[in-house]
Design a protein around this ligand. Structure first.
Ligand code: SF4
Ligand code: SF4
Length: 316
């Protein structure tokens, strides 16, 4: 990895220089997850006409550099890739989007009341699969880069890097958020989460105030469920992909009318165990970045940290 030191003024000049041949986008809205840039909530996959070949899919081909992303949100690329880029059917839309995207995060200097990346083994200064991370120092930034093209551009701009092994190497990271706090018992769920499946009392307690609105899944950087619809208008039509949510009744409704997850209890259980039990079983990663968005924006103020603790405590 390469470490650059850059002043605020040169950073702005660098962005201006490369904006002549790539799109440069500052990410300032942290209420919405960065996943919306890589995997849009609503995407037209292609158009079609009767009796003519399918039209070309709308795949992003221009390189885009995003900066200002929080490290927990930068992890979205890594987590969604486990699903979208796994064999045997890697998703061409997600692939094209990630191949043409450069992600530069900024290390966080504080925790808000809902953040918990540090309680699940992550850190507010971790690279987390981003192509670069900015650390704010007195003279500007330290920029750690793990991307060949980006590193070349910075050197062509006139900066000289030093080699560092990884983000844990000793260099000035400025004022990075840190606190002493108890970790969440995610290892218990990883190993024994399945033992909660028949615990009706636990899921009744967890879901007593849930509205099944789906906000928690739509805003989650690790959730990726979608629905596909063909919209036909006479001889023409289009295929659309939109976010779906395991918190909705229809998500698991079968054509026969049977629904294997008939109430919010089964749906919340699925959501939690997918993240902390099934995802690790399948990919050896938890499906959560600790961003806290699901709890922050939940209209019923259900805090996933409390659910994790309750579920882990109830494990046999
Ligand atoms: S955001 Fe809250 S109320 Fe809405 S589905 Fe999620 S947990 Fe339930
Ligand atoms: S489950 Fe909640 S805290 Fe974890 S990544 Fe999703 S929105 Fe963030």
């Amino acid at each position: 990895m390469k470490l650059f030191t850059i002043t605020q003024q040169d950073w702005n000049r660098f962005l201006q220089t490369i904006s002549e041949f790539v799109s440069v986008v500052a990410v300032e809205d942290h209420a919405h997850p960065f996943k919306e840039k890589l995997y849009p909530p609503h995407d037209t996959l292609f158009f079609y006409r009767k009796d003519t070949p399918k039209e070309k899919a709308s795949i992003q081909e221009k390189k885009t550099l995003y900066y200002g992303i929080k490290p927990c949100d930068a992890k979205t690329g890594k987590l969604l890739a486990l699903n979208f880029l796994s064999d045997p059917h890697p998703d061409p839309y997600f692939k094209a989007m990630t191949e043409n995207t450069i992600v530069i995060s900024t290390a966080c200097d504080h925790f808000d009341p809902y953040c918990f990346c540090d309680q699940i083994g992550d850190s507010p200064s971790a690279l987390n699969g981003a192509d670069g991370i900015l650390y704010t120092i007195t003279s500007g930034y330290h920029l750690l880069v793990n991307h060949t093209w980006l590193s070349q551009q910075l050197q062509q701009f006139g900066l000289t890097p030093t080699e560092v092994e990884n983000e844990k190497s000793p260099f000035d990271k400025g004022n990075v958020a840190y606190r002493e706090i108890e970790p969440l018992p995610i290892q218990v769920l990883r190993e024994k989460g399945l033992s909660t499946i028949l615990n009706t009392a636990l899921w009744e307690k967890v879901t007593a105030t849930c509205l099944a609105c789906g906000v928690c899944t739509f805003l989650c950087p690790a959730c990726y469920c979608f629905d596909i619809q063909d919209l036909s208008y006479g001889r023409v039509g289009k295929r659309e992909r939109t976010y779906d949510s395991c918190m909705f009744t229809l998500y698991t409704s079968e054509a026969s009318g049977h629904n294997p997850r008939p109430s919010i209890k089964e749906r919340w259980r699925q959501r939690l165990l997918h993240k902390f039990t099934y995802y690790p079983m399948q990919y050896n990663e938890i499906g959560c970045t600790g961003c806290g968005r699901c709890s922050r924006e939940c209209p019923s103020k259900i805090d996933i940290r409390e659910v994790i603790r309750d579920a882990a405590q109830s494990c046999e």
